[in-house]
Design a protein around this ligand. Sequence first.
Ligand SMILES: [Zn+2]
Length: 102
Amino acid sequence: MPEMCPRCGLPKEICVCEILDREATKRIKVYKAKAKFSKFVTIIEGLAGEELDKTTKELKSRLACGGTHKNGLIELQGDHIGAAKKELVSLGFPEGSIDAAS
Ligand SMILES: [Zn+2]
């Protein structure tokens, strides 16, 4: 009897739970949030560590907007969902891993 995965119930050899977990951590979300004075900020979720810092700086200069990162989220001033996604792709993030809400 092969060892079974407790999550999907499949034998461990063919289970993909771990692979899915790994891919899930790499997913990037781009969405808009309401900020003060009826303005918007663009939130980018899913980056960590040095990548977070580097990407924030890069996006701020490419999109010519203000921005910061806190608690693992990049926050850019203004509505830049489409542009931010394009820049993330050009920075090397796979397009398929970026969920951009419109
Ligand atoms: Zn599994």
